[in-house]
Design a protein around this ligand. Structure first.
Ligand SMILES: Nc1nc2c(ncn2[C@@H]2O[C@H](COP(=O)(O)OP(=O)(O)OP(=O)(O)O)[C@@H](O)[C@H]2O)c(=O)[nH]1
Ligand SMILES: [Mg+2]
Length: 222
């Protein structure tokens, strides 16, 4: 659920990068952190083991845009992909506004991808949430490796819900399509928010000009 602070004129959205162990979630945040102007972002906080496996989560705050006098902030999180850390994944998913599901494109990771996707659906259900109502996109990562499944196959196993979602072919270690993914999920999220705030405005009897908050979709650029 987005947080609107009328006093400081801020809207915050939480985006979680979810996926199996070693699929490249932390690498996405590392690239975004590296490419965004320090004025528009906070520090990347990573809690990891010595071997760089995410132990708790990574957190990167982005100050994106001023929309009708409100600063829109995106808080990016990753979950730890290792199976044993499910309690932490549930915690990180609390009040999530948007999801990037990162799959590892390598053939031998397909079972782990599917398991992780199921685990995401189960963890959302525990919070009475569903992917049907949650802005989300799929990221097929590691497209630079030789032993990868074709996109059709990845769509077949992962993009098979009632409504197909956008998917991106990514090499997060070089940054290819990392921002395309982030922009897509944030645009869906802002469109949803904009619609809701229009509906609230109509419900409150306000005219179109009298908005409190009605952000238009914008781009996050590196
Ligand atoms: N070749 C290649 N390697 C990648 C790519 N993205 C990430 N990696 C590598 O994959 C390994 C794991 O990446 P991480 O970002 O730590 O994976 P993670 O999903 O955060 O893993 P957990 O924290 O254990 O859940 C690292 O060695 C990365 O350099 C990619 O697009 N191509
Ligand atoms: Mg990680």
């Amino acid at each position: 659920m987005s947080i609107i602070n009328y006093a400081s004129r801020e809207i915050q959205f939480k985006i979680v990068y979810y996926g199996p162990a070693l699929c490249g979630k932390t690498t996405n945040l590392g690239y975004i952190h590296q490419r965004i102007n320090p004025q528009n972002r906070g520090d990347l906080v990573s809690l990891a083991t010595a071997a760089d496996r995410t132990l708790f989560f990574d957190f990167l705050p982005l100050n994106a845009l001023v929309i009708k006098g409100f600063v829109t902030k995106f808080q990016l999180y990753t979950v730890p992909g290792q199976v044993i850390y499910n309690a932490t994944r549930q915690l990180v998913l609390r009040s999530v506004d948007g999801i990037v599901f990162v799959a590892d494109s390598q053939w031998e990771k397909m079972e782990e991808n599917v398991e992780s996707f199921k685990n995401l659906e189960e963890n959302l259900a525990k919070q009475n949430m569903s992917l049907d109502d949650l802005p989300h996109v799929l990221q097929y990562n590691k497209r630079d490796l030789p032993n990868i499944a074709p996109v059709n196959y990845l769509d077949y196993v992962l993009n098979n819900r009632k409504k197909r979602v956008q998917s991106f072919e990514v090499v997060s270690s070089t940054g290819q399509n990392v921002f395309a993914t982030l922009n897509a999920v944030s645009q869906i999220l802002l469109q949803k928010f904009s619609k809701q705030s229009d509906a609230n405005r109509a419900g409150a009897g306000l005219k179109p000009g009298q908005t409190h908050v009605a952000p238009q979709p914008q781009r996050i650029v590196a």
